[in-house]
Design a protein around this ligand. Structure first.
Ligand SMILES: [Zn+2]
Ligand SMILES: [Zn+2]
Length: 298
């Protein structure tokens, strides 16, 4: 049947044209992609297969898991004792929170500050890979979801831990603010969380916390933060946001000045947290990084 054969030939030809067009467009996209973005995952080095603004592969991202196992219901520290004592509501508390009530109501983190999550935070902070803030914001949104069952019925002021003006100029952005913004975008529906990055100010650069005792760290941090807008927090609940919680001294000092300015409660949400068993392992590297950071400030 000649007509059919003719049509068939035409279709084959169209298909061939189409597929060459597709491969041409595909090739163009690939080369554009390779020009605009590094072709390898910045964490593991594997070639990236999907176009994304974040140069991190799916495997690395999915390996960033929430903290597993029991943590202190107050500060989020890993519970080392299987016989964790209970607070007044029967929640597990670490030794430190049993001895002394922290100035914040509760601090919670998404993951442990190590491995890929730590590298992702570093990509944002030290290599200015801003799209990392969206992924970190998604994690923070989960932390907020866990905390908000305790929030009162009024609006909560979301306050990112500020950088010193000099550091802000140097970095170009406050990573905690970017992460908070990304998280709030995902939680817009409830309209209860209002970001206010002007509430807190960092007045002075703090010395390295390395090798200091808990008491010395507190002294070192004293006067580092001031509440620039006390009217915004008086009588209200505050959700303090930071990328990482290490010793907890920064969060405690921010919470202290916020409470003194009249904040009813201070909640703390961070993307990552150093956990007890990793603290000693992570320290030498942490020290080297902190030293490098201090040296950069001359
Ligand atoms: Zn990877
Ligand atoms: Zn605790």
């Amino acid at each position: 049947m000649p007509p059919t054969r003719a049509t068939g030939t035409k279709e084959t030809k169209d298909l061939a044209n189409q597929s060459s067009l597709v491969s041409w467009v595909g090739g163009l996209a690939d080369s554009l992609f390779a020009t605009l973005f590094p072709s390898d995952c910045r964490l593991c080095g594997a070639p990236l297969v999907n176009i994304s603004r974040l140069p991190v592969c799916e495997e690395c991202l999915s390996a960033m898991r929430p903290i597993a196992g029991g943590v202190c219901s107050i500060c989020g520290e890993r519970l080392v004792s299987p016989y964790a004592f209970s607070g007044e509501h029967g929640e597990a508390r670490c030794g430190l929170c049993r001895r002394m009530e922290p100035v914040f109501t509760r601090a919670a983190a998404y993951g442990s500050y190590d491995g890929g999550l730590r590298e992702l935070i570093h990509l944002l902070k030290y290599e200015q890979v801003r799209p990392a803030a969206n992924v970190l914001g998604r994690m923070l949104a989960e932390v907020i979801a866990g905390l908000e069952t305790g929030f009162g019925k009024d609006a909560v002021v979301v306050v990112p831990v500020p950088l010193h003006a000099r550091k802000l100029r140097q970095r170009g952005f406050n990573q905690s603010q970017l992460i908070a913004q990304a998280a709030l975008k995902l939680r817009q529906a409830d309209g209860k969380l209002a970001l206010n990055a002007e509430v807190l100010e960092r007045q002075r650069q703090t010395q390295s916390q390395i090798g200091l005792t808990r008491h010395q760290r507190r002294e070192n941090m004293r006067g580092a933060f001031v509440v620039a807008k006390p009217d915004e927090v008086a009588g209200r609940e505050v959700l303090l946001v930071d990328d990482v919680l290490t010793t907890g001294t920064t969060a405690s000092e921010c919470a202290r000045v916020l409470r003194r300015a009249g904040a009813a409660k201070v909640w703390v949400a961070t993307v990552a947290r150093t956990l007890k068993h990793e603290a000693t392992l992570a320290k030498p590297q942490e020290d080297a990084e902190a030293d490098k950071a201090m040296a950069a400030f001359g």
